[in-house]
Each structure stands twice: as C-alpha cells, then as structure tokens.
Design a protein around this ligand. Structure first.
Ligand SMILES: [Zn+2]
Length: 351
C-alpha cells in the first residue's frame, strides 16, 4: 500500500486505513507520510519517534497547528477497508484516519498558506497518557507545538467542537466507631453519616457556564461508595468517590476549591485531575476558521488532546470527519461527504 497525497482523496483515505497502525505499530504509516511530506519544498519535516511534524516558515503573523494521531485501537476483523454507498468502513476509518487523510492532502496542497502551519502526525494516542508522543514532545521540544490556534482533527461529524471540559476525582471518608450491631448505641454509624454528603451532591445544581461564547454543562456526581465490614458490625468508615466534570473557565485548583465549598466541613482527598481547554474562538485565527467552516460551534464535554495545547497556552478546537459515537466501534466508518467537507473547509480557510 503506497500513499499518494496528491491523488484522489478517497483513495488516499482508504490507503491510510489499510496500513494497519494499532498503537505501537505506527512506523510504516509514519514512514509513508514522512516520505510524502519530504517531497514538498514548502515544508520542513522532522521525525521524533513515530511522530512526523511538517512546518512552513513563511513569516506569517499567525501560526496554526493541525494535529491528528496515527494509531488505532486493536483490529476486530475490520481491515482492509470496504465501501457501502457513501460510507467507508474499517479500523481507524472514524478514529481518526479521515482526519489524517485530510491533513496529509492539505499539507501537500497548501504551498502558500495564509498562516504559517504546523502539521503534527503523532503516535500512541489510544493508550495511557504517558506513552502519548505529545506528552514527550511537550516536555522535550515544546517549541514544536507552539502556535496561536490549534485544530485537532478527531471525529466531530465535520462540526466545530470547542475546547473540552476538565475532570477530577476525589474521595470523602466519613468515620464512626465500630460496635456489634446488637449494641449499636455503643458505636457510631459512618454509613449513616455519608447521607449528608450524598444529600449535598444530590441537591447540587451543576453550572452551565458560557466560556468564550460556548455553553458548557458541568457535573458533580458520586461515582462509587464503599463501606461496611460485616452484617453484624456498625461500620466505622464509609468512602464516597466523586467525579467533577468542570467547564474550562476553571483551573484544576479552582475546580478543587469549588468542590471544597460544596462539601464544606469535609476533608477531600484528590486522586487525579486533568485540566480542560478554553475554546479560544475569540482569537483572529479562530474567527477565520469559523467563517470558512460555517455552522454553529458547540462545546466539547469529554476530555481530548486539545487540553494538551491549552496547557501550552494554545486555544484549540476539535474538527474532523466521522461520527464520534462510532469511534472504536467494530463497525466504525467515515462518510465520504464528511471527508470532502473537512478537506474543502481546511483549504478554504488556509488558502
Ligand atoms: Zn482519536
């Protein structure tokens, strides 16, 4: 399978899908993308592991970063690709080789773009965050990720999804005094004390803040509860695990403070957290992007790699072909119409 970035877009897409690249096995696809990009006089290309980065250096006032991952989740008997009407099926067709095909075709075609461009084709996204090559590059060569605005071409059904919500988890433990349940008055029931914590969470009305023009929807929920020793013992401990999904106007620290206020009087033990990302749709590069893409942008509720760019001070949006609800499904597919819409929008925006 040989890629031809200047040929037919659908043929390019299917060739990319047909080069199997389950996480850890991105080399061949990275090699072929690197070869196509090195054939372009307007791009300087570098390779870092199985990540390929191609940049223009035209002295434009703004730099736009467009990124997509090369890897897929494991196969499920769904390669090579096949076509049914307008839909191309196969592992990676939705998440996210349609975006990769659009990126490669546009990187090669845009010889004199209106903004300087950084194209990032990266590896190890579908695995733990520590293995993600963006984690490594952000730590070792952050200048390669620098820009004024970033687009992550993950599947969004060719709509703009801005930023992403942050997430954190914590536990609250109520403590009592163990006793035989036949003499309950000699103990103190920690599970009963958890009622107050649960009542506050149940009564809490999640905020729906507007951030940079997009409406987010937060959530503060108990997601696990643990307590009790035996059927005849008054429990002396009860631990409630809580997940807070927060809009990107709050930092992780501000989100933690918010939780402390809701559960004032309790000690919260924070276990993990990931910052959200502001959509940054008020930036000049973003305005030009929205004008070229059209449609109404919406907020992204889950966490995505746009937050990595946000952490570097770069506002970022998700925009790519494929229905996000089909990502990782055995019957994942990408409509050809999404592919064409995204390709045309990127060229219209950056020409
Ligand atoms: Zn993905």
């Amino acid at each position: 399978m040989t890629l031809d970035a200047r040929g037919d877009l659908v043929a390019l897409f299917r060739a990319i899908v047909d080069i199997e690249s389950v996480s850890g096995n991105e080399r061949e696809l990275a090699d072929q993308i690197e070869r196509e990009l090195r054939g372009c006089a307007h791009l300087s290309v570098l390779r870092d592991g199985d990540t390929v980065i191609a940049r223009t250096a035209l002295g434009r006032p703004e730099r736009v970063v467009i990124a997509g991952h090369l890897d897929t989740v494991p196969l499920a008997g769904n390669l090579p690709s096949w076509r049914e009407g307008d839909l191309i099926y196969g592992r990676g067709s939705c998440d996210m080789k349609g975006g990769v095909a659009v990126m490669l075709a546009a990187a090669v075609a845009l010889e004199a773009p209106s903004s300087d461009l950084t194209w990032i084709f990266y590896d190890h996204e579908e695995v733990e965050s520590a293995a993600n090559s963006l984690t490594r590059i952000a730590a070792t060569r952050p200048e390669l990720l620098a820009g004024d605005f970033a687009v992550l071409m993950e599947p969004t059904s060719a709509r703009v999804e801005g930023g992403c919500q942050g997430t954190l988890r914590f536990s609250v433990t109520t403590t009592g005094r163990a006793a035989h349940s036949a003499r309950a008055w000699m103990g103190h029931n920690a599970i009963h004390d958890a009622t107050d914590v649960l009542a506050r969470l149940a009564a809490h009305v999640p905020e729906q803040p507007e951030v940079d023009g997009l409406r987010y929807h937060e959530g503060l929920n108990a997601v696990a509860i643990e307590g009790g020793i035996a059927g005849n013992v008054i429990p002396d401990r009860c631990t409630i695990t809580v997940n807070y999904r927060f809009a990107p106007h709050r930092s992780v620290e501000e989100a933690q403070q918010y939780c402390r206020e809701v559960l004032d009087g309790y000690e919260l033990t924070f276990t993990d957290a990931a910052a959200g990302a502001r959509p940054g749709l008020d930036r000049p590069a973003a305005a030009a992007f929205l004008a070229a893409v059209g449609g109404e942008p919406s907020a992204k509720f889950g966490w995505t790699d746009v937050a990595r760019f946000s952490a570097l001070g770069i506002p970022a949006v998700n925009f790519g072909p494929g229905d996000p609800s089909k990502a990782h499904a055995d019957d994942e597919f990408c409509p050809v119409s999404d592919l064409v819409t995204c390709h045309d929008a990127v060229l219209r925006w950056l020409s």
